[in-house]
Design a protein around this ligand. Structure first.
Ligand SMILES: [Zn+2]
Length: 222
């Protein structure tokens, strides 16, 4: 088995760290979203010529991206995202607040326009080991979302299923980021990633007019 105990990140010989979460039937998902079901529709074991899987899941499960269309009626689909939004230099920032990411904790980092920022919170490492949805994950507060919009960052990534909270700031945080044209990566596993500068590659599957899409995300120290 190639994955570590948490089935999370692993590092290749050339330094790339896989920060994507493996998709599997029955895995954790947002409470009112469809479950993940991956089954062999054709199966060599049953006499078929090939193995062919059928995949059924919500577009906002596991490691995925949000398109503006997720919360904005006239928003762009994720298929319109410029590839440079998620390929290039990025910064992993570790935050300590156990409730949410707040502007006070971000001031020190002097965020620059067009930066790609990935937040490592307490979610990484402990949240993904649970098969059950965890309601009190660390999220981006709406104040921090507006702060990030004000800094004109390009891309933000978080280490659980949503940038916004479960009971708080879900809509507000998404809208603040998406209206500002910030591209959103959700569901990263940053448990094996130290804060610092990285090369990021994250590409969402190209689905027409998509509000969201599964993505593979990898990092390499810059
Ligand atoms: Zn989202």
């Amino acid at each position: 088995m190639l994955y570590s105990e948490s089935q999370g990140a692993k590092t290749t010989k050339d330094g790339w760290i896989d920060v994507s979460v493996p998709l599997r039937s029955g895995m954790v998902h947002w409470p009112d979203n469809p479950p993940v079901r991956i089954e062999r529709a054709l199966n060599i074991e049953r006499g078929d010529a090939a193995n062919v899987s059928e995949i059924s899941m919500g577009a906002h499960t596991g490691t995925h991206m949000d398109g503006p269309l997720h919360f904005l009626r006239e928003g762009k689909g994720l298929d319109e995202m410029p590839l440079t939004a998620t390929i290039g230099r990025s910064r992993v920032i570790e935050t300590r607040d156990p409730e949410s990411i707040k502007p006070e904790e971000l001031h020190a980092y002097k965020l620059q326009r067009d930066e790609r920022i990935l937040f490592k919170t307490q979610n990484s490492g402990r949240r993904w080991s649970s098969e059950d949805f965890i309601e009190d994950f660390v999220y981006v507060s709406q104040e921090a979302a507006r702060y990030l919009a004000g800094r004109e960052i390009q891309t933000v990534g978080v280490d659980y299923l949503s940038v916004g909270g479960y009971r708080k700031d879900g809509v507000e945080t998404h809208r603040a980021l998406l209206e500002a044209g910030i591209w959103v990566i959700e569901g990263l596993d940053l448990s094996e990633v130290e804060p610092g500068e990285y090369e990021l590659i994250c590409l969402p599957v190209k689905i027409e007019r998509s509000d969201g899409a599964p993505a593979r995300a990898i990092l390499r120290p810059a």
